[in-house]
Design a protein around this ligand. Sequence first.
Ligand code: NAI
Ligand code: PHE
Length: 350
Amino acid sequence: MFDELLRAWDGEEVVVRYDAPSGTWMFVCVHSTALGPAAGGTRMKTYAHPRDALADGLRLSSSMTRKNAVAGLPLGGGKAVLSVPEIPHDEARRSLLLRYADVVESLHGTYWTACDMNTSPADMDVLGERCSSVFGKTEAHGGSGTSAPATADGVFVGIRASAKHAFGTEDLSGRTVLVQGVGAVGSILARLVTDAGARVIVTDVDEIRAKELAVEVDGDVVAPDDAIATECDVFSPNATGGVLSAGSILRLRCRIVAGAANNQLAEPEDAERFTECDILYAPDYVVNAGGIIHLASLEMLGETVEKRDARIAAIGETVTEVFRIADAENMSTERAADRIVQQRLAESAG
Ligand code: NAI
Ligand code: PHE
């Protein structure tokens, strides 16, 4: 039932384990080790069918290859998916994580994991009991904690670079930024853009969260269904993937799209649609690399906080370079970013 998906995939290796005690399918997708060990988070989620979980892992692992390469990290790309019948808690969760840790450890460092949807630094501590290729543990366990502030910093830098390209200045004062999803990343981002003088509009399916943040930043709230068509300078997706589709892109009333959500485009062709609508799209995997930069820089590469910050600041230069290539070659910004990835991969091969 997995053969078609695997045949169509251009990655290196997938480890599949069915965990009978919990009814969980584990998929560890190693997309590329060309630039270093494959790194990417472990996602825990319920899926209608294990095939959907594998499809998610395959797609997300290839995004991690691109994200890590464009961020200039000596890392390949991978992602793991734990397709659970329901999200486990307490002892059931711990024992599942320990069995999963054995699977990751059996790869002898080919794949390094961290948090992703529904997994936390505390979960990484559990994995760390049985497996050495884990980052994003709690500070009490020698990790560098949550990656959300670093991710928000990177998105902020990306928004400023986008503003420079679109408006001729990276100054955000007087601009309107719509932050879709005010969770760990979006809430910090909303504060950063407010401090930079922008007016913020927030939206979240959690109404209370949205209202509380709007009060804090003196911004406005829009209902989730109205967010796409709300007029703003910058639309920043920080909730879930797939929000930018043939239908939604035509309804956008913004000049820039730049946010942290992974896999924002519903399908690859959506990248071209921005050009037709004169919207500047900062590719998700370029602007949302702050989290992995934070973890890899501090925990794997043993770098200083200053070096980490310099790497995050460089996201702005990369975004500018992506726009330059897109303009010069008359191609979508997504394809321009992919070209930088291909160059980095080719350099490593040569
Ligand atoms: P989070 O789970 O803390 O926040 C997501 C927020 O979006 C929640 O408040 C949720 O209620 C809201 N939401 C969900 N669906 C929504 C919808 N349809 N409309 C409006 N709001 C909606 O997640 P976090 O950590 O802030 O991450 C946000 C996005 O960025 C995710 O897609 C994640 O994969 C991605 N990302 C996160 C990184 C990190 O370091 N945390 C790194 C790179 C990407
Ligand atoms: N899941 C986040 C991402 O897609 C955070 C992450 C950081 C994952 C580091 C793996 C490693 O970037």
